[in-house]
Design a protein around this ligand. Sequence first.
Ligand code: G6P
Length: 365
Amino acid sequence: DAAEKGGYEHYMRKEIHEQPRAVRQALSGRIDELAGTVDLDLSLSEEYCRSLDEIQIVACGTSYYAGLYAAGLLEEYADVRVSVHIASEYEFKGNRDPWRTLVVAVTQSGETADTLRALRKAAGSGARTLAVTNTVGSTVTREVDDTVYIRAGPEIGVAASKTFVSQVTTLTLVTVYLGQQRDALSSNERASILEELSAVPSAIQQVLDAEPTVQREAKAFADSESFFFIGRRLGHPVALEGALKLKEISYEHAEGFAGGELKHGPLALVTEDTPVIAVLTDETNASETLHNVKEVESRGAPVIGVTSDDDPNAVFDTTFDVPSIGLMEPVVGNVYLQLFAYHVAKEKGRDIDKPRNLAKSVTVE
Ligand code: G6P
């Protein structure tokens, strides 16, 4: 066991540190950065991609948040309508032509019962299906028309970590691929997205190198009453994932919100004992989120800013710096939230790799 953890105390910390490599593996051999092209070995014809009317993403847990992140990219860069569904809530309504609907199941394990059930509903109604998974030969891969592997390598920690960034990376490749097939992106635009993607591994490494700062903050805040995470646009799924990670492994109360929703309820819970972690990188409407930061600060809440911009740093109690790499900054910022959750949980002496009541793969509905 100790040897498998490669010197780390927990699989989860090892897997957090494996993220630069996981992203490189997801990209390897699939992109031509200069030409701005992506090859995912899919059977989707150009004609099909062009006629596509809607993408429906179905997933659970962390995979659902990766789906939300991808939806933002697909709408913008592949020019296609996208809806994201919690798999257990999914109903396939064959109102429109099912052949023009692509249903994408995002599932690390490929075995989640709710996700498989949703997929079967869609396939049974005639929709095309695509699996985005980590697990070669898993049930999902045997039931879909196409599979794209995220290539993260085995993830042992029950709470997903590296597979989130691998899912987002892979779904970004799907976005560029569809953008290319649908003529929604020029080759220059595609090349620039691929360049930003290729910058992710070293950006994550810089975040990992800042772990001592995160550990110090986690220690300082570990006994807080609650933790709130806020973010807009691509910062929103990251805020949701940050809160999920913290609750899964530390057993502390944490919630993620869209920045704009704070004033519609959650603000009532904000006190000097509820740290707020705000995502203000590129692609997150940072200037608007800054107003939310001021709102919570005036109620006495300490604020940690996850930011790539030097300017507003002064307003935060603490800043977690994300390298400026554009589009993928929010998912790089998420690595700070993983480390924060890990160190709060460690401070509390929790069973980090096997949190109580949770399973790595939930094969019952
Ligand atoms: C379980 C795991 C989560 C995971 C979710 C979806 O709840 O504990 O970490 O995000 O299942 O799993 P999947 O394998 O479908 O991505």
